[in-house]
Design a protein around this ligand. Structure first.
Ligand code: SF4
Ligand code: SF4
Ligand code: SF4
Length: 643
C-alpha cells in the first residue's frame, strides 16, 4: 500500500517536473537582435524555409518571388503580405473606420518589420493560389524559447514513466475488461431502423449520387485543386472526418455508406435492397450471385495486397490530392476493380483484400468505440441454421465472409447490418465500448499495415505540412519532372515502411521477449506488441489532418458556392477569404493528441498481454522496448509539428 502511494506521489511530482523543467530552457542571450531575412518565395516553398530567432528580436523581411505571385501569412502574428517578383511586396494593414468597422488595405513595400514577441513555432503560409501545391507552401518561424515543444517532449516521457509506475503499483489497469452497452437497448428505434432492408441503401444513396457528381466535377471542373469541389470535399473534409470521427468512433462506419463497391454489389445481387433467397444452398450460401461466384484464393486472404496497393497509391499521394483528374482516375479505377472482382468472386473480395483504404480502416477500427457483435455466443453455438453466414429470406449472408458467432474484432466487419436482419434470434447488437477494446493483431500483414500507416503519416507530415520545398518538388513528379528525386523519395518511403521501421520494431520486440524471459510463441508476442502502434497511429493521423481543416476550411466554403471553379457564387460563400481558424493553437492540440495516442497505445497493449504473460512484472518488461519505440515515434511527430 505504501509503495502504491509513493508511486502516485511520484507520478504527480513528475508531471509538475515535466511541465516546470522546460521553463528553465529560457537560454535567450541577453540582448535582442535584429534579423534581416532575404526571403525568396518560389513554387512551393520559401528560402530560408525555417527562421530561428529569440523572443523579443526584431525581424525585417525583404521578400521577393522567383516565379509567380505568392503570399505570406504568419500564424499568431498580424503579419500578412503579398510577394511579387523584383523585391516588391504589398503589406496588409487594418484600420477602423468612423463606424468602428475594421477595414483592410495594402501598402506597397520592400521590407516588412515586426517584433517576435511570442515564443513557439509559427507557420507562415502562401495566401495566393500559386499552383497545384499551393495549400502546402509553408515556412516556419521558430521563436525561442520554444517552451511548448520541450514541455510536450517531457510530457511524452512522463506518460511512459507514469504508466510503468502505475503498472508496477499492482493496481488494477486503468481499463480492464471494458464494459459495453448495447445501443439497441438505449437508442429507441435504432434496431428497428437497422432491420429495414432499405437501411443501408438510404444511407448510401446520397453519397453515391454525390460521388458521381464529384467524378464529373473532377473531369469537367477547374484543374486547380482548391477550386474544385471534388478535391476539397474529399481530401480536406472527408479525410478529416474519416480519421477523426468515423474510424475512432464508428470503426468501419464509412464502409457502411461507401459508394465505391455499391454498383458491383447491386449487379452481383441483381437487387438494390431485396433479398434473392434460394432454398438449396450453393457453396453453403442461400443466394445465387451474378458472375462466376469463385472464392478468393486462401493464400491471398491477408493484407499484403492491400499494403502494396496502398504504398503504390500514396507514392503519388501529393498528386492524387491536388489534381482533380488524378482523383477521378483513382475513383474510376477502384470502381472498375470492384466490378471485375464482383464478376469473378463472391462477396466483398475487393473490400476485404484489395481496397487500399480498407486496410487501415480495418486495423484502426479495432480501437473504435463501437462494435457490432452477437449478444450471446452460446445462442449462436446452439443455432443450427447460421442465417447470418448463409443468408435467409430476410437478408444476405454476410457479404464480408464473417461469422458473427465467433467474430471478436472489428477488422473485417463492414457494418452492412445484414446479420441484424437475418438473425432470427435477435442475437446481434451494436455496442458502445471503451476505446481500444479489440487488441489482437493476427498476422504480419496486419502488423506491416500498422507500421506502413505510421511511416506514411510521418512522410505526409514532412511532405505536405513541412517547409521543405525540395521534398515537395520530389513528390510532385508530374509538375517538377524530377525523376531521380522522385525515385529517391519513394525509395526512402518504401525502405522506411517495409524495412527500417518494421525491422527495428521486430528487433526491439524480440529483445523484449528475451528480457522478459518469455517462453511462449515469440511471433505472437511481437504481433501483440504492435497493437501499441494502432492508437499511436490513429491519433497521429488526427493530428496530421487537423491543420488541413482548421487552416483550409475557407476552401470548403468557397467550393460549396463555386463547385467547378467557374466563377459562380451560389450560396454567397465563393469569396470567403483565406483566414485560418486559430492556427497558432494547432501545435498545442497536435501535441495533446499525440500524447493521448501514446497513453492509449501503451496502456492497451499492457492489458492485451494479460493472456500471454500472466506475471505483471514480466509483462512490464515485455513492453519496455516497444514502449520506447512508440515514444520515439511520437517524438518524431512532436519534432515535425512543434519543434
Ligand atoms: S473497404 Fe474500401 S471500397 Fe470497401 S466499403 Fe470500405 S472504403 Fe469502400
Ligand atoms: S443467426 Fe444469429 S444466433 Fe444464429 S449464428 Fe448468426 S448471429 Fe448467432
Ligand atoms: S458481420 Fe457481416 S453481415 Fe454482420 S454487419 Fe458485419 S459485415 Fe455485415
Amino acid at each position: 500500500m505504501k509503495s502504491k502511494i509513493i508511486r502516485v506521489i511520484l507520478i504527480i511530482f513528475l508531471f509538475f517536473a515535466a511541465i516546470g523543467l522546460p521553463r528553465f530552457f529560457k537560454e535567450i542571450s541577453g540582448e535582442n537582435k535584429t534579423h534581416v531575412i532575404e526571403l525568396v518565395a518560389g513554387k512551393y516553398g520559401y528560402t530560408p524555409e525555417r527562421i530561428f530567432v529569440n523572443k523579443g528580436d526584431t525581424i525585417i523581411v525583404k521578400p521577393t518571388s522567383k516565379d509567380v505571385t505568392h503570399g505570406f501569412l504568419l500564424d499568431g502574428y498580424p503579419v500578412e503580405f503579398i510577394i511579387k517578383q523584383g523585391g516588391i511586396a504589398y503589406q496588409k494593414y487594418e484600420w477602423e473606420d468612423d463606424a468602428g468597422k475594421l477595414q483592410a488595405d495594402w501598402d506597397k513595400v520592400t521590407e516588412i518589420e515586426f517584433t517576435a514577441d511570442k515564443s513557439g513555432k509559427f507557420i507562415f503560409r502562401c495566401t495566393q493560389v500559386c499552383g497545384n501545391l499551393h495549400p502546402f507552401m509553408t515556412g516556419e518561424l521558430i521563436v525561442a524559447p520554444n517552451t511548448l515543444y520541450y514541455t510536450m517532449i517531457f510530457l511524452s516521457i512522463w506518460v511512459v514513466i507514469s504508466l510503468f509506475l502505475w503498472f508496477g503499483s499492482g493496481r488494477r489497469p486503468l481499463q480492464k475488461k471494458g464494459k459495453t452497452l448495447n445501443l439497441f437497448d438505449i437508442i429507441p428505434g435504432l434496431k428497428w431502423l437497422m432491420k429495414r432492408r432499405s437501411f443501408q441503401f438510404f444511407l448510401l444513396f446520397p453519397g453515391f449520387v454525390i460521388f458521381y457528381l464529384f467524378i464529373i466535377a473532377s473531369l469537367k471542373g477547374s484543374p486547380v485543386g482548391n477550386h474544385n469541389i471534388a478535391i476539397i470535399i474529399v481530401w480536406i473534409l472527408w479525410w478529416f472526418l474519416l480519421k477523426s470521427v468515423f474510424v475512432p468512433l464508428g470503426g468501419r462506419l464509412w464502409c457502411m455508406i461507401c459508394p465505391l463497391p455499391a454498383p458491383a454489389e447491386w449487379i452481383s445481387r441483381k437487387a438494390f435492397t431485396a433479398v434473392r433467397f434460394i432454398k438449396k444452398p450453393i457453396k453453403g450460401n442461400h443466394h445465387k450471385y451474378t458472375g462466376l461466384g469463385l472464392d478468393w484464393p486462401k493464400k491471398l486472404r491477408n493484407m499484403w495486397l492491400q499494403n502494396i496497393i496502398f504504398l503504390l497509391m500514396i507514392s503519388f499521394g501529393i498528386i492524387l490530392i491536388t489534381r482533380p483528374v488524378a482523383t477521378a482516375t483513382m475513383f474510376l479505377l477502384i470502381l472498375a476493380a470492384t466490378l471485375v472482382m464482383a464478376f469473378i468472386f463472391r462477396n466483398r473480395v475487393f473490400c476485404l483484400y484489395l481496397c487500399p483504404v480498407g486496410g487501415f480502416l480495418g486495423n484502426y477500427s479495432m480501437a473504435s468505440t463501437t462494435a457490432l457483435r452477437v449478444i450471446d455466443k452460446d445462442v449462436c453455438k446452439k443455432h443450427k441454421n447460421k442465417c447470418c453466414l448463409k443468408g435467409s429470406p430476410d437478408g444476405w449472408g454476410c457479404p464480408w465472409n464473417q461469422y458473427p458467432g465467433t467474430m471478436d474484432r472489428n477488422n473485417y466487419c463492414g457494418l452492412c447490418t445484414e446479420c441484424v436482419k437475418t438473425c432470427p434470434e435477435n442475437n446481434v447488437g451494436f455496442f458502445l465500448r471503451p476505446f481500444g477494446s479489440d487488441r489482437t493483431v493476427k498476422d504480419y500483414s496486419e502488423m506491416y499495415n500498422i507500421l506502413i500507416m505510421l511511416v506514411v503519416a510521418i512522410a505526409f507530415s514532412i511532405t505536405m505540412l513541412g517547409p521543405w520545398g525540395f521534398i515537395k518538388a520530389a513528390a510532385n513528379i508530374t509538375e517538377s519532372r524530377q525523376i531521380y528525386p522522385f525515385l529517391i523519395y519513394i525509395g526512402v518511403l518504401y525502405t522506411m515502411s517495409l524495412g527500417v521501421f518494421p525491422g527495428i520494431f521486430i528487433f526491439l520486440s524480440r529483445l523484449s521477449a528475451k528480457f522478459a524471459g518469455y517462453k511462449g510463441d515469440v511471433k505472437k508476442l511481437v504481433l501483440q506488441l504492435s497493437y501499441m502502434l494502432i492508437p499511436v497511429g490513429i491519433f497521429a493521423w488526427i493530428a496530421f489532418s487537423l491543420p488541413s481543416i482548421m487552416v483550409n476550411y475557407s476552401y470548403v466554403l468557397n467550393v460549396l458556392s463555386d463547385p467547378l471553379g467557374y466563377g459562380w457564387n451560389i450560396f454567397g460563400t465563393a469569396n470567403v477569404s483565406f483566414n485560418p481558424f486559430y492556427p497558432e493553437i494547432v501545435p498545442l492540440i497536435q501535441g495533446l493528441l499525440l500524447l493521448t495516442g501514446l497513453y492509449f497505445g501503451i496502456n492497451r497493449v499492457y492489458l492485451s498481454l494479460t493472456g500471454l504473460i500472466a506475471d505483471p512484472s514480466k509483462r512490464k518488461k515485455a513492453i519496455l522496448l516497444p514502449g520506447f519505440f512508440a515514444l520515439a515515434v511520437v517524438n518524431i511527430f512532436l519534432k515535425l509539428y512543434l519543434g
